[in-house]
Design a protein around this ligand. Sequence first.
Ligand code: HMG
Ligand code: MG
Length: 303
Amino acid sequence: MSESVRIIEMGPRDGLQNEKTLVSVADRIAFIRALVDAGLTTVEVGAFVSPKAIPQMVGSDEVMRSVASLPGEFHVLVPNVKGYEAAHAAGAKVISVFTAASESFSRANINCSIGESLERFKPVIAHAKTDGIKVRGYVSCALGCPYEGEIKPQAVADVAKALWDLGCYEVSLGDTIGVGTPLKAKQMLRAVCDDVPVTHLAMHFHDTYGQALANLYAGMEEGVRVIDAAAGGLGGCPYAPGATGNVATEDVVYMLDGMGIRTGVDMAKLLAATNAMSRLLGRPPVSRVAAALNAKAKRASSE
Ligand code: HMG
Ligand code: MG
């Protein structure tokens, strides 16, 4: 396997978008600063979506402005031209458009069909091109849908190809509800790779059934080298009932460190960032590695 993997940190966006506690703009900025300091230099920091749909992401403009000067690349979600204009005004240099391989999920999440979403992205991507802004694309429900169940690999490939053809530089494949298993992940990725170069794919796996690391490993065997993950295993989507968080960044870094693959992440600093957010949310991180390291530190301090 090659020597390095790029981690896209999702904690401040996917991680917080479904939390009951509304985390303040100042605390979100502090979280992002701590993540960047830990070596996570690509971070999705917010979303320019309807404040009625996702109140947790209100203030993303302030967040974006505040972190823009930090050393790193900061992504924001954008569903339409209205969101694009706000993201551009806030200084975003990378935006992510998002759709799904399932019609039902697309309706629930962004209130339109898959085809309509792609039409909405056309003017967004045209503006982005003029303004020199990079566009990433997401395909949700790549390994299953909360409403439709099984999703065919070809359906994922079709949407991934459409995003690629529209001009997205990278397509992130979301196991939104964390139901995938390694063989399924491989089959889905092989179908997508027929249409989008593997070097332009990312894996965005939620960990509901505890399969995310195994699925990532399987995807790495297929050649994918970009992984979306969230500090502490935070995350979820209000339109993905029953789904838990993203694969935890700590768990991914621990696995990759063990394989001798570079991530540039300082685990102690990442753990400190996760623990600080955990205290704000009032519960311990779900990451197994974070829990193990916290327990180890507790034992050491009581000796
Ligand atoms: P809509 O209702 O179809 O849009 O929503 P509309 O154009 O008819 O506008 C309705 C209202 O929303 C209007 O306000 C607009 O101004 C406002 P009102 O007149 O009622 O006061 N509006 C906006 N406000 C702020 N920013 C905007 C914007 N657009 C319209 N950009 C829309 C369509 C997509 C906006 C809405 O459905 C929405 O915001 N949905 C939220 C989607 C979302 O954020 N989901 C979670 C993220 S996706 C995810 O988690 C999956 C992912 O992690 C990958 C994976 O895990 O699979 C990426
Ligand atoms: Mg997600």
